[in-house]
Ligand binder design. Structure first.
Ligand code: SAM
Length: 286
């Protein structure tokens, strides 16, 4: 990081802390918009690796319930279209919403470049999903979004309401272990203890949340969902800054090694659910 970037980040941190005192909701939104602007999930080599794991599991889950039918899918917090566009390329009828207009603009160009249609619109999933008509989608996905949504429980209930019967909910959330390790790496033993022992769900003044496997299962069962399946995503590798990034970083590997890592991730993700960068959870509305 150069000095200019460092100063920009410092300035952002200070103004965000100030905004947080006046309006925590706006501060959270500002953070989300900034990361969607500065971090392109479609173009980053590491994210291209992790999307393959998501696509594998999403495909498998959909096929188990709907076979080869080209069902309707809502991607809540679609970002730049990292998952929506590949799903549309496989023939699914995809709608994507995100709070960031810049991400939606990119997703629109990305889908155009790939010659597919994704219905895209700007929407804050904390409030905006309420306005959509229920029983609309065969599948609702939301990857790497809910961990930064304050009222994630309401967002999940809203997503369930949008599902047809049968319908599949597929979401990813941050594991409790991820942030426990992250804070241990940074010598924040008190925060690590709150997550590991006191069962705190929220961290960073409510900006983020994390869960273990049982908590996620409960969350889904409370919404009357059945047949819960959980997987670890990125149990052997991560991006720089992730605890898992200490094991391996996909973009630093040769193509062959990346291929091997992918196979290992798919195999071990089933067994080490809580050890990854995210927990992928799916369940059925019957
Ligand atoms: C880490 S990215 C993941 C994007 C995409 N799901 C993927 O897997 O590539 C998180 C996305 O969530 C969006 N987001 C965060 N809070 C949101 C909210 N309240 N409503 C809608 N989108 C939100 C951000 O704008 C960002 O595009």
């Amino acid at each position: 990081m150069n000095i200019r970037q460092f100063m920009i980040n410092k300035g952002f941190g200070l103004s965000n802390r100030l905004l947080e005192k006046i309006s925590p909701g706006k501060a959270r939104l500002w953070c989300a918009l900034r990361s969607a602007k500065n971090y392109n999930m479609v173009e980053k080599e590491n994210e291209k690796f992790f999307v393959q794991i998501y696509m594998h599991h999403i495909r498998e889950r959909i096929r188990k319930i709907f076979g080869e039918d080209r069902i309707s899918i809502l991607d809540a917090g679609c970002g730049q279209g990292r998952i929506s566009v590949p799903l549309a390329m496989e023939g699914y009828d995809v709608t994507g919403v995100d709070v960031s207009s810049q991400a939606i603009e990119y997703a629109s160009k990305y889908s155009e470049d790939k010659g597919v249609t994704v219905r895209l619109s700007i929407c804050d999933i904390e409030r905006g999903l309420e306005a959509l008509i229920g029983n609309t989608f065969h599948c609702v996905i939301s990857m790497e979004v809910l961990y930064m949504v304050k009222d994630y429980q309401k967002a999940i209930s809203d997503m369930v309401r949008l599902l047809k019967c049968p319908g599949i909910l597929i979401i990813s959330l941050r594991p409790r272990l991820y942030y426990t390790l992250f804070h241990l790496m940074h010598n924040n033993i008190e925060v690590a203890k709150k997550l590991a022992i006191d069962n705190d769900v929220y961290l960073q003044r409510g900006f983020q949340n994390c869960h273990n496997a049982d908590e996620i299962t409960d969350l889904l069962i409370r919404n009357d969902l059945k047949d819960v399946e959980l997987r670890g995503i990125g149990v052997l590798s991560g991006i720089e800054g992730d605890p898992q990034g200490l094991f391996s970083i996909p973009s630093q590997l040769s193509e062959n090694d990346m291929e091997t890592l992918l196979r290992m991730e798919l195999k071990l993700g089933d067994r080490f659910i809580e050890n990854g960068r995210y927990i992928l959870a799916s369940a059925i509305r019957i």
